[in-house]
Ligand binder design. Sequence first.
Ligand code: ADP
Length: 788
Amino acid sequence: MSNTNLPVLLLRNMVLFPFSEIRLEFDELEDKQLLSLAEAYYGNEILVVIPLDLLEEDPDINELPKCGVVGFIKMKMDMPNGKTRVTIEGKSRVKVKTYTKEENLVEANIDYSQKEVLPENKELAYIRTLTKELDVYTNEVPTMSNTLLPTILSLRTLTKVTDIMALTLPGTFSRKVEYIGEMSSITRAEMLLDDMKQDLEILKIEQEIENKLTKKLDKEQKDYILRERIQLIKEELGDVIDKDTEIEELRAHIQSCACSVKAKNRLLLELSRYEVMNPNSPEMGTIKNYIDILLSLPWGNYTTDCEDLNIVKSRLDNTHYGLDQVKTRILEYLAVKQNTKGLRSPIICLVGPPGVGKTSLAASIAISLGRNFTKISVGGVSDEAEIVGHRRTYIGSAPGLIIQGMKKAGTNNPVFIIDEIDKMTKDIKGDPASALLEVLDPEQNHAFVDHYIEEEYDLSKVMFITTANYLYQIPEALRDRLEIVELSSYTEYEKQDIAYKHLIPKQLEEHGLKKEDVAFTEGVILTLIRNYTKEAGVRELERMIATILRKIVKEHIITGKQDIYEITDYNLEKYLGKKKFIYNESEIFGSVGVVNGLAYTPCGGDILPIEATFYPGKGQLILTGSLGDVMKESATLSLSYIKSHADEFHIDASILVNNDIHIHVPEGAVPKDGPSAGVTITSTLLSLLTNTKVHTNIGMTGEMTLRGKVLPIGGLKEKVIGAHRGGIRKIFIPRINEKDLDSIPEEVKSEIKFILVDNYMDIYRELFNKFKRKSMSNNKELIQLPLN
Ligand code: ADP
């Protein structure tokens, strides 16, 4: 059976017809992922769609054509230069019911129900007429190859005849796209007959023109004649776009544009250059492009803000659960902005792990205020020209991200999100952070100048909101100007509430389902959270819910029955497959040489188990796992600390001399969080050297000095929430971090015992010195200590 859902490949500079093949080379990672997906799940099939707007890089799925060609990936080859070469065979033209988009992957739901059935005689009549016309056409048109006719003569179905002819006959790209979009082969046949007829007519006129124009011509005259010829042909076809009319339209548009007088004068100047320009000059397109971009920008177009902050609040509450502190900060900010008429209010920066609602909350602020919304991402930007544009003298120049964002916004006072400001980099091409500073600075941004536009553009009424994952990775100069609002990981309880109150209703609506159609039993969401996701936010959780609903919709359609579904712990695997994260009960009592640290990772907080073992050697320290330099230093420091206190810890000093010690951090992909693992590394070594198990429900975090003083750490809230999720119930934290305990949600805090420590000895006394232990001697058994 054919796939009812297929991943979509957007093709921009080629066409794929049924019964033909194309060869493509991919080097984008996303395209390669698409190929792998097609290979793994869709029997090597994809849907090839040509977007309506070829220039739009990331078209809206609602603007994609409702028709495409099912393509079969016949050959796929990875090349040494990193590209992937594929051959795709066009199978059939299909109607698309809906498109869905997840991450960057577009998926189409295909309607196979409309099969074309033609009366036999009619089909034959059309084939014959087409063949006859093609015969005439081939004889008349000198450039036409005469191999097409024999091919067509051997075919029996109109759909095949029309597709092969439409592919082979000369025609513009857009005309070919029209053929692809036409489901009826009869209509296609008629289009072909029309096209051939029109071509023959043009040819006739061309011959007439040829006869009229005589004599020997020098090059200039030849050019002139060619232009005349095109003009005459266009006039004959009646589709002439008179340049004069175009100029007049542009002039009227410029006159009515609400831009500054200076910008208007510049536009008029550019227009007069455009007017006298030789149509063959390459500069012509550049000038037209410039005029078009300036005219497409919003000028003097403002929406009116909703001034009632109660309404704004209730709208925010409707879209986002909780986040009370954040919402309050935002409302205060809006109040001040209203009171001061927007003068000099600092820019808000929402900081927090992925999926906790930064972008969607900002979008919701826009909707609540009644403003338009636009978003750019500056993650990975290393060239300031990407922000402020390239000069027009530069080949392929274009306006920067800010002006592009304004164009998308369509008004001059949108809410403008700048995502990932902590992920910009700096290189020889300039510092994007300082370019961004200019954009955000209320002193300067009323007269922002993009290098491409070269005219002042007022950004002072724009409400910029920036987002970042890590506060300390935001360039310092930028951080100074921002009003930081932190969003932190959600607890399991919060996630459950968000799921029931927001995500499930939202996804039900997006899947065209009613509340009564699907019931999620109590507890099943918790299983989803615990066993299928590992994240600070709720993005993955939302995706899981969407996956379940998608499968239900599919079943509805296949069976034709509107059953009521109940999602329980027992049938969850049917929808989502095996559990992805399982907490291992057998490890509950801990092992010698393994202690849990706490880490601040991109998915919020997590447990960071550190392991150590030793074996005969020369007293060396071996470190593995992806440890950063700071963590390596911590390890050396811990060992020195233990050596200097060996007597107090009842450790036989000769063990340290005659053995090599190996420390490993299995999930140590958090090098920048190095120093806070200090106390954990020391405890791991002590557990090993004193042969003491540390219970797995104990965790710790803290930087250590050589004298054992425990220094404060960052990200305590995320770490504690992550640790709680992983089953930790007792945590050692630096005393100086006591103040941060206030920010930890009560439901987490009440289940964890916190022990405040000033010096490492406080931890030692709790864990290792309850009764005086006999130190381990350097015997054979120690060598056998398992690594896990
Ligand atoms: P971020 O920008 O922080 O990475 P998003 O704003 O993209 O996160 O949020 C991811 C998804 O989670 C969105 O669909 C959003 O609606 C949902 N979401 C996050 N937090 C909440 C919340 N507090 N209430 C309701 N939905 C939320």
